[in-house]
Design a protein. Structure first.
Length: 461
């Protein structure tokens, strides 16, 4: 016997009831009957409609949130996630959303909604009125202390709360640093080649030029930099996009270079917590805190939409960065800062990172195993982070695969076509973001990728 959910026109029969409700909701979403953004009835209301225990509906909703079909937000209820992309077609047809293997995001279905909501409620309940007033421009003291403790313990950073500035993610931090360096008289920042184009654009927007730092198997080398370069932006623990680790010799070379030039190294530790074959590589900052800015964020560990990050600054850069903050007027909301501080202090952040690390390690292993059946060319770089680079034989082959991916329903990012190169090099490859798909989409994405790569021109650089 089946029951009808009045608000959803939902038929849910069979046992166990939670699994039956999950299946009925999945069908309603995939068929387009419940489009993205649709607000679902509360668990109590749906339970009453179906004549079942509220806990059964809670269990079903929680499972679908974990799989990425639904999203649950404090104060906004539960809604259908953006699992579909409407396309204008005859007969009002709706095509499934494209699978996505582009880098730059974690699996957002892993976000710890319950833990985050609990931290928000707990900290707001305990917060005094002054906690919601205009605060220290460097950020909440509680969060700066929690961040200093966390990065010291997990990344080997030499940090105290006074050295920490809270930012709205890494790009905000880089914008502040670029402005501060420009005001101190610098004109050029060296950036890794290949490297993220939007970082270069942001630096240019602050009035600085960029100089390419070619990345080899052991990372970038400061020996190629001209005399007018006095700051560099590096991803030493896991270079983006090549995935290599900056070697000990080159680490020493960059620190010697910074001292000789009276310059600075900006260390972007964007996914430094995710190393799968051994312990994560320690932070470069620990070798010379007076010359290295350590920059981190929650964009890969939690979600980019939180817009939460931090800078651990050398003493000489603290005031210039705070001045840049004052000029731009940008800051992070107090409730989010308090919630993150709570997550860090309680150990919930560590536990979430460990769970996510297990998921991403398994995916990278599955990716490497599947590719090994198609080619002898290994993924570039070490087993770490949320992306891997697959070298290709030519720019033409890269574009062909990206276009073929779209036709097959899979979004891919090409090394050349996406503007990673800014020097004379133009080697080709696919930057595969294996963390991006929600859990229910990972294996379909991997299967589609494998089909595309059959017969592809894959070649070692």
């Amino acid at each position: 016997m089946s029951s009808l959910g009045i608000d959803l026109h939902l038929e849910a029969g069979g046992e166990p009831r939670a699994r039956s409700i999950e299946a009925a909701l999945r069908e309603a979403v995939t068929s387009g009957r419940l489009p993205a953004g649709t607000r679902l009835p509360g668990t109590r209301s749906l339970a009453d409609d179906l004549g079942i225990a509220r806990g059964t509906v809670v269990e079903a909703y929680a499972q679908l949130v974990a799989e990425g079909w639904l999203v649950s937000t404090t104060g906004s209820g539960t809604r259908v996630a953006e699992t579909r992309l409407p396309v204008a077609k005859a007969m009002s047809e709706v095509e499934p959303r494209l699978l996505d293997l582009r880098p730059g995001r974690p699996d957002l279905s892993l976000f710890p909604h319950t833990l985050w909501s609990a931290s928000v409620k707990r900290t707001l309940a305990a917060a005094g009125p002054s906690s919601l007033d205009y605060g220290d421009p460097a950020g909440s003291r509680l969060l700066r202390e929690a961040v200093a403790t966390y990065v010291s313990r997990t990344r080997g950073v030499r940090a105290e709360a006074e050295a920490v500035v809270i930012t709205s993610g890494f790009t905000h931090g880089l914008a502040l640093l670029a402005r501060a360096l420009r005001e101190s008289g610098m004109s050029v920042i060296g950036t890794e080649d290949p490297g993220l184009v939007h970082h270069r654009r942001l630096i240019h927007g602050a009035g600085l030029a960029t100089a390419p730092l070619p990345v080899g198997p052991e990372g970038a080398d400061p020996a190629v930099l001209d005399r007018d370069v006095r700051a560099v932006l590096l991803t030493p623990a896991h270079q983006h996009p090549r995935g290599v680790v900056l070697s000990p010799d080159l680490r020493t070379a960059f620190l010697d270079w910074a001292r000789a030039r009276d310059g600075f190294v900006i260390e972007d530790d964007y996914d430094g917590e995710f190393r799968y074959d051994k312990q994560p590589v320690g932070a470069l900052q620990a070798l010379d805190p007076s010359r290295v800015v350590f920059a981190g964020s929650t964009s890969k560990s939690l979600a980019p939409g939180l817009r939460l990050g931090w800078l651990v600054l050398p003493p000489r850069l603290r005031i210039p960065v705070l001045d840049a903050l004052a000029v731009t007027g940008a800051s992070v909301g107090a409730p989010d800062q308090l919630a993150l501080a709570d997550l860090l202090q309680r150990g919930d952040y560590d536990r979430h990172v460990r769970r996510a690390r297990q998921t991403y390690q398994k995916r990278r292993t599955e990716l490497a195993t599947r590719l090994a059946t198609l080619t002898d060319v290994p993924l570039d770089g070490v087993p770490a982070g949320l992306h891997a680079l697959l070298p290709l034989a030519s720019r033409h082959e890269e574009k062909r695969l990206v276009d073929a991916g779209l036709h097959a329903g899979l979004r891919l990012l090409g090394l050349h076509t996406s503007g990673y190169w800014h020097g004379s090099d133009n080697r080709a490859g696919l930057v595969l973001g294996y963390a991006t798909p929600p859990q229910h989409s990972w294996h379909p994405a991997l299967d589609t990728l494998a089909q595309l790569l059959e017969g592809a021109e894959i070649a070692t650089w």
